[in-house]
Design a binder for this molecule. Sequence first.
Ligand code: MN
Length: 226
Amino acid sequence: MDSYIFAPPVYSSVPVVATPALFPVRRILCVGRNYAAHRREMGGDDRDPPFFFAKPADAVVGPGDAVPYPSRTADLHHEVELVVALNRAGEDIAPDEALDLVFGYAVGVDLTRRDLQAAAKAKGQPWEAAKGFDCSAPMSAIRPWTGASPTGSISLTVNGETRQSAKVEDMIWSVAEVIAEASKLWRLAPGDLIFTGTPEGVGPLVRGDHVVGEVEGVGALDFVIA
Ligand code: MN
């Protein structure tokens, strides 16, 4: 058995609905601009396809845990998203085989330092500080799921006021296409999470805000910005 110069960090994990066993998180991929109306609100060109970025696995915040307002931003934004959790490996797979990799689905919020993202875009710099910061990926428990991917409403409220309200089926890349596209760029493996993009209505959060995100049939997450 290998020895280490210090104890390796414990895996990040997410609870699973109706079982005490945890889902260990290997990596987090995220899709940008996967809903046309959100692409427009961000000033995107309608011909640009969606794309990927990543967050570190330890950005996950479990259900019910408070999310600290991050440092070095004055414009923290919410982005509610359907999250796909994989428990099978796959590389260069076809869309019609992609759903075989799926363990289940959750609701997540891709928290974003929008001011730092805008500055990075303007300078052609990477997005890690805007997207991959500590506690930037609050999630619900994962609901085990087989067969066709979820459809129906995806929504987010802040202090009871609706900010985002759309349909999951309005995604530009479907869940199967997202997995297939990701598998052309990375070897997918058990423990991978994919945030599939946010619909329109993203906006700012302040300390004390109570955020509730929901995807029909999948579940809800609920957290306070501390
Ligand atoms: Mn997003």
